[in-house]
Design a protein around this ligand. Structure first.
Ligand SMILES: C[S@@+](CC[C@H](N)C(=O)[O-])C[C@H]1O[C@@H](n2cnc3c(N)ncnc32)[C@H](O)[C@@H]1O
Length: 283
C-alpha cells in the first residue's frame, strides 16, 4: 500500500482516538468489565517478573499496563504509550488515581517505536494492532525493541459476526447508508486481524518464532436499548461517530433495528451479548 494511503488511514484512526478519549475515560469501568478476561489472559501469558521493563503500545487509558506495573514492582518499569495525546493524558490521570509510580508515559507511534533495540522484557498491546495502518511495521518494531528472551502478548477482536455488540449497530448503519461496509483486511479496523492464520503469519514475518493464538470469550451485559446505544456512541470508533452524527429522523429507524436484533440476546436483567477476542503470545 502506498505511503499516502497509509498516512490517511493513520490520520483517521488518530482523529477517532482524540474524539473518543473523553468518553472512553468516562466508560473506563465498563470497558474493563468486558475486557477483564482478555487483560488476565495477556498478563498470565506475558508472565512478567519483578524488575522487568515492559512496554504497552496503543495503551489507551493504560489499564492493562497498570496491572502489569503492580507485578513488576518498584524495581521494574512500565512504559505506557499511545499516539493520541488525549488518550495518554487520560492514562496519566488514571495512573495518578491508582497511585502507580513506576510508569513512564510517552506519546509514541507504535509503527516507529522510539526505544533502543533489545531494551524491553515484554510488550503488551490490547486492541491496538488491528487499528494500525501498517501492523507489519508495528510488529517488526515490537520485535526489534524486545530483548531476545522477551515476549509479546496482544489481543484483537474476533470476526464481526461473532461480536454482536458491534455487528448489531454496524449492520443497521450500513443498511441505512450511514456508513460504508467495512473494508476487507489489510485495511485497518476492529476486525482486520480476526483471522488466526493471518495474525500468526504477520507475527512470524515480523521475526517472532514461537507463536500461539487463542480465543478468549467475554460478554457485554447491557440493561436497556438506550444504554446499548449510549455505550456504542461513547466507545465504538467510527461507528460511535456515525451514531452521534445521526439526524433525529434517521435515528428512529436505527433504534428499531437495534431493538429487534437485541431481542435474541434477552437476559434476566436486560441483554447479554457474547464477544470473542483473538489473543496471541509470541517470542
Ligand atoms: C481500541 S483503543 C484500545 C486502548 C487500550 N489498549 C484498551 O485496550 O483499552 C485503540 C488505541 O490504539 C491507539 N492507536 C492506534 N494506532 C496507533 C499507533 N499507530 N500508534 C500508537 N497508538 C495507536 C489509539 O489512539 C487508541 O488509544
Amino acid at each position: 500500500m502506498d505511503t499516502q494511503t497509509l498516512d490517511q488511514q493513520k490520520r483517521v484512526i488518530y482523529e477517532i482516538a482524540e474524539a473518543l478519549a473523553p468518553t472512553w475515560e468516562q466508560r473506563r469501568a465498563d470497558v474493563e468489565e468486558v475486557s477483564t478476561p482478555v487483560r488476565d489472559w495477556m498478563l498470565r501469558e506475558l508472565a512478567p517478573q519483578g524488575g522487568d521493563t515492559l512496554l504497552e503500545l496503543a495503551a489507551g487509558i493504560g489499564e492493562t499496563g497498570f496491572e502489569a506495573a503492580r507485578i513488576v514492582g518498584e524495581t521494574g518499569l512500565v512504559i505506557t504509550t499511545d499516539f493520541s495525546p488525549a488518550m495518554l493524558e487520560a492514562a496519566r490521570r488514571r495512573g495518578n488515581e491508582l497511585g502507580v509510580a513506576n510508569v513512564d508515559y510517552r506519546l509514541m507511534d507504535a509503527e516507529r517505536i522510539e526505544l533502543d533495540d533489545d531494551s524491553v522484557d515484554g510488550v503488551l498491546c490490547r486492541f491496538g494492532y488491528m487499528l494500525m495502518a501498517d501492523p507489519a511495521a508495528a510488529l517488526a518494531e515490537t520485535r526489534r525493541v524486545l530483548r531476545p528472551s522477551g515476549r509479546l502478548t496482544l489481543a484483537v477482536w474476533g470476526a464481526l459476526e461473532r461480536n454482536p455488540f458491534f455487528a448489531i449497530i454496524g449492520i443497521s448503519l450500513v443498511q441505512h447508508g450511514h456508513i460504508p461496509p467495512p473494508e476487507p483486511p489489510p485495511a485497518p479496523g476492529p476486525f482486520s486481524m480476526a483471522n488466526a492464520e493471518r495474525l500468526e503469519q504477520l507475527l512470524r514475518d515480523a521475526g517472532f518464532v514461537e507463536v500461539r493464538t487463542e480465543e478468549v470469550h467475554g460478554r457485554f451485559a447491557i440493561p436497556t436499548v438506550d444504554e446499548y446505544l449510549s455505550a456504542i456512541a461513547d466507545t465504538a470508533g467510527p461507528i460511535a461517530l456515525a451514531l452521534r452524527g445521526l439526524a433525529e429522523s434517521d435515528r428512529a429507524a436505527v433504534e428499531n433495528d437495534v431493538e429487534d436484533s437485541l431481542r435474541r440476546f434477552a437476559a434476566v436483567d436486560g441483554y447479554e451479548l457474547p464477544c470473542v477476542a483473538l489473543c496471541a503470545v509470541a517470542s
